[in-house]
Each structure stands twice: as structure tokens, then as C-alpha cells.
Design a protein around this ligand. Structure first.
Ligand code: HEM
Length: 179
């Protein structure tokens, strides 16, 4: 994963839980990077899971809640860094543009980026199902990014995981607009 995913994670941890917790995570995780991330570097996504796991132990918050919280925060980072991708009328058209436009563009910028793939099933005007596929098993991060998307477009939505296969490599996520 790109360094920005790690630097922003540590930034969020520092803001929410303080520098002491950042240091305890880095000291307690035996990271190959030693917790030194450059935003242009690339690191194993396993380091992210190690750090989130450690934070979960230290703060007694479930890993999936932390990943979701991070996804919502990271969406804000993305909107500031990549405003060119946000030129869409609503959250559903935006979400549908990720797989065929946004992530492919990201890959042109960073050929070493590791991105999930998405399929979409239309369920009518106000509902859709998103099929998340990735060997990194980060659907909880996707849930947070989707919530961030709805906030950005000023919409109220319900996001729910419907089923999980292959230990989280293939996940159906249902999204309903409620206002
Ligand atoms: C402006 C919009 C977006 C941009 C520019 C963007 C870009 C990125 C970047 C740079 C990464 C890190 C890749 C790496 O480090 O190797 C990433 C990962 C990811 N993105 Fe996006 N993204 C956007 C929106 C979204 C949204 C709305 C979702 C959710 C539906 C999403 C789902 C994910 C997931 C789940 C990952 C983690 C990697 C994985 O699961 O395999 N992205 N994205």
C-alpha cells in the first residue's frame, strides 16, 4: 500500500488517541518499516493490519470499527488530494465511477498501488449492492469510505454488509438512500 495510507492512519491515531498511543503501536508491532513511512513509498498492507490490531488491543475497540472509522477519515483526505474525481451529481454515480475510472487513474499515477475491484448491482433508484473483491480483505475500510462519500454529497444512507465469502475477499455491501 502507498505510504499515504500509513501516514494518514498515524495522523488520525495521534489526533484521536494521542502521540503516546502512536509510539506504543510502533514499538509494539515489530514493523519492517519501523513505522517510518514516506508518502511516496510502498509498504505491505499487513503492517496496517498489525497496527490496527494493536490499536484495537490498546483501546479495546473492534478492528472492523477502527478500519471503518479510518475509511471515513481517509475519504476526507482523498477529496482534498484528488478533487478532480469528485465531479459527480450524487454518491451512486460517484461510487460507480471508482472501478472504471477513479482507481484505474490512480493506477496510472502509482502503478504499484493495490486496489480492490467492484461490481455493482442496481436495486432501483435508491438502492444498490456493491460487490467488493480484494485479497487484502479491507471491506470495513470500504464501508467507511462509502459513509464518507455520502457525507460529502450531503446524503443519508444505510450501509450494510450482506454476506462475506473467502474470509472477506468477496463481500456484498448493500447501500440504501434514506434521505
Ligand atoms: C476520490 C476517490 C478515491 C481515490 C482517489 C481512491 C484512491 C485509492 C488509493 C490511492 C488507495 C491505496 C492503494 C494502495 O495504497 O496501494 C485506495 C485503496 C482502496 N480504495 Fe480507493 N479511492 C477513492 C475512493 C474509494 C471509495 C469511495 C471506495 C469504497 C467504495 C474505495 C475503496 C478502496 C479500498 C477498499 C481500498 C483498500 C485496498 C483494497 O481493499 O484492496 N476507494 N484507493
Amino acid at each position: 500500500m502507498k505510504g499515504i495510507v500509513f501516514t494518514e492512519f498515524l495522523e488520525l491515531v495521534e489526533n484521536e488517541f494521542g502521540l503516546e498511543i502512536v509510539n506504543r503501536i510502533i514499538d509494539g508491532c515489530e514493523l519492517e518499516s519501523k513505522g517510518i513511512y514516506s508518502s511516496v513509498g510502498t509498504y505491505s498492507h499487513k503492517e496496517m493490519f498489525k497496527m490496527v490490531g494493536k490499536l484495537s488491543d490498546l483501546k479495546d475497540i473492534p478492528v472492523n470499527d477502527l478500519l471503518e472509522m479510518y475509511g471515513e477519515y481517509f475519504f476526507d483526505v482523498l477529496t482534498k488530494k484528488y478533487p478532480q474525481f469528485l465531479n459527480q451529481p450524487n454518491s451512486f454515480t460517484f461510487l460507480k465511477s471508482i472501478d472504471n475510472y477513479i482507481h484505474p487513474e490512480v493506477l496510472k499515477l502509482y502503478p504499484e498501488a493495490e486496489l480492490p475491484s467492484f461490481d455493482f448491482i442496481d436495486e432501483g433508484k435508491n438502492e444498490m449492492t456493491l460487490v467488493y473483491k480484494s485479497s487484502r480483505k479491507m471491506s470495513d475500510f470500504a464501508l467507511g469510505l462509502i459513509k464518507g462519500t455520502a457525507n460529502y454529497f450531503g446524503e443519508k444512507i444505510l450501509v450494510e454488509k450482506m454476506s462475506e465469502k473467502k474470509e472477506g475477499e468477496l463481500v456484498l455491501i448493500n447501500i440504501k438512500k434514506i434521505g
